[in-house]
Write a protein that binds this ligand. Structure first.
Ligand SMILES: NC(=O)c1ccc[n+]([C@@H]2O[C@H](COP(=O)([O-])OP(=O)(O)OC[C@H]3O[C@@H](n4cnc5c(N)ncnc54)[C@H](O)[C@@H]3O)[C@@H](O)[C@H]2O)c1
Length: 256
């Protein structure tokens, strides 16, 4: 019997998709989230800043899919509205910096070799402004706002733990899997966003492959569903590494 896979952020949009796909593939799954995980009653309910809880959740697993995070800039001053503050110190640093450190340290000290880190296509936002599409996995980081800066750090820290501690680390620059009806409406109104859409089913099959396929080393890949007009991210390295390609396109699954 193989060891379980831990999904952090298991109660979230992508976490639930990952958990469902892993369970569907017969994988034993553990969850970790600050709120209870639907369908996974044994999931740990704790904060990422709780190093002891993170380490206990990681112990005895064979792979950690790290999705828990503050998932975007809440009120980053964009210059088009009164500056009412941002969530960098209150949310991004505790979850996306301190929490990330606890997860990687727990993997190192508990001997968990395989880690999948949820980065974002927002780390190469500048390529969109420059129309340098599709963005490649070697494109220099041009993060959108401070949330994306935490994802640049995530990729860099993943590289450190791979090179210095022998972990196998896959940083995945995810497309847009909408979390609520407002985000679905935003994507529906903008053809550009439809090309970076990520359906929950495509996300789930990707995370199942990331947990189970035979890969080693340190990699950065993109994951979106199929584009309708413009290919925005180079998905060829994802297919080569994992044998995974998207099956769906906007708007399949968006309302689910
Ligand atoms: N959904 C997207 O379009 C998208 C795109 C790019 C990257 N990502 C990344 O993918 C990951 C998952 O995103 P999502 O859309 O599922 O977000 P989500 O907000 O739906 O889920 C995140 C989950 O993490 C949990 N969480 C947040 N902070 C926590 C903390 N400090 N301690 C414990 N649990 C905490 C939340 O309770 C939530 O259930 C995130 O890292 C996000 O940055 C998402």
């Amino acid at each position: 019997m193989t060891a379980p896979v831990l999904v952090t952020g298991s109660a979230g949009r992508l976490g639930r998709a990952a958990v469902a796909a892993l369970l569907g593939a017969g994988v034993e799954v553990r969850g970790f989230d600050r709120r209870p995980t639907p369908g996974l009653p044994g999931a740990t309910v704790a904060e990422l800043t709780d190093a002891v809880a993170v380490r206990e959740a990681v112990r005895g697993t064979r792979c950690v899919i790290h999705l828990a995070a503050a998932p975007d800039d809440a009120k980053y001053p964009r210059g088009d509205a009164p500056d009412d503050g941002d969530n960098f110190l209150s949310e991004l640093v505790p979850a996306n910096v301190v929490g990330l450190y606890h997860v990687l340290e727990a993997c190192r000290t508990e001997g968990v070799k395989r880690v999948v880190l949820a980065s974002s296509g927002q780390v190469v936002a500048g390529d969109f402004h420059d129309h340098a599409l599709p963005a490649t996995v070697t494109a220099l980081p041009t993060p959108r706002y401070l949330y994306a800066c935490t994802k640049v750090l995530m990729e860099a820290m993943g590289g450190v733990y791979a090179r210095n501690h022998g972990l196998d680390v896959l940083s995945v620059r995810l497309g847009w899997c909408p979390r609520d009806a407002g985000q679905v409406a935003e994507i529906a109104a903008a053809p550009d966003y439809q090309d970076v859409y990520l359906s929950p089913t495509d996300a789930g099959t990707f995370f199942e492959r990331a947990a189970n396929a035979a890969w080693r080393g340190h990699h950065v890949v993109y994951v979106t569903s199929r584009h309708l007009r413009q290919l925005c991210y180079d998905l060829a390295p994802t297919a080569r590494l994992l044998g995974w390609s998207p099956r769906e396109n906007w708007p399949t699954g968006a309302e689910a």
